[in-house]
Design a protein around this ligand. Sequence first.
Ligand code: KG4
Ligand code: ZN
Length: 344
Amino acid sequence: MIILGFESSCDETGVAAVCTERGLLAHALHTQIAMHQEYGGVVPELASRDHIRRVIPLTRQVLDEAGLQMSDVGAVAYTAGPGLAGALLVGASVAQSFAWARHLPAIGIHHLEGHLLSPMLADPRPDFPFVALLVSGGHTQLMRVDGVGRYELLGETLDDAAGEAFDKSAKLMGLGYPGGPALARLAASGDAARFDLPRPMLHSGDLDFSFSGLKTAVLTRVKAAEAAGGLDEQTRADLAAATQAAIVEVLAAKAVRALKQTGLKRLVVAGGVGANQLLRARLAAALKPLKATAYFPPLALCTDNGAMIAFAAAERVKAGLAVLDADAPHSFTVRPRWDLAEIG
Ligand code: KG4
Ligand code: ZN
């Protein structure tokens, strides 16, 4: 069965076609980063309007690239939450309209389930069970994954998400939006050892995280540098490197602890921060002594995309967890706040 999937929860419009037997057939993405950049963050109303503009051309592109007719599509999937309400409504209404017009079943997908399963789009594909480190702009969670729909929360952030820590620290250093990639780029020419930043909750003995204190520590360093004559380029790079090192060290240490605690040998990293090269290198090194393996989504599928939504729907269909009812009413709702533990 071919599933057409739509992602529109934040500032990326993603569309993809996935076949339950053959996997990913085609995907297309439009990122709104350039549009939101001048405001220093995502403007929800602009995001919604841009999703409306992009979604149909992207759908045509995906069908063309996959060599599909609309009549080949067997089901439609969309991100039902969590995310920005107006933005979510665009993907949901387009998907439900498509399903209504073609008399197809429509499947609402949890955005984080999309991220969680996205490393299975890579080759080699991890087998269940595994520990998942979900690190995005809005979430930082460690989960035990025993199968599709079988997710157990092991630990999570008590305040800021890892991506948020990157973004907020980057903003303090005068870097643009989104801060994560910009901070990582600047860190490449910096010396992490110059600043001793805190590693929040590194030794807390559990699997929870806290990143808001790190942001405060970065602010203190920025103010001190400014008072001492200005934040020069090398100081900014050194501070970026130190910030990245602190976040990565905590993420890697807790991921290792989760593997030890569960006795599992596979770690799957998903979400935008999974694109971070230092995190990838650190995890690879930290997992070696445990004889454990780290799996990452293909770099292009780390941040938000339609492929992970269509793929999660396909996996739910194969696991018998999706209701495939073309006669179901096409009324719909979205859930801007939605706990992954609530889905079955
Ligand atoms: O998963 P995602 O695209 O969107 C959410 O669902 O939040 O993640 C976006 C987050 C942002 O905070 C961004 O700064 C961060 O991922 N990010 C990175 C990198 N690329 C994206 N953080 C650190 N290093 C990167 N290379
Ligand atoms: Zn995301």
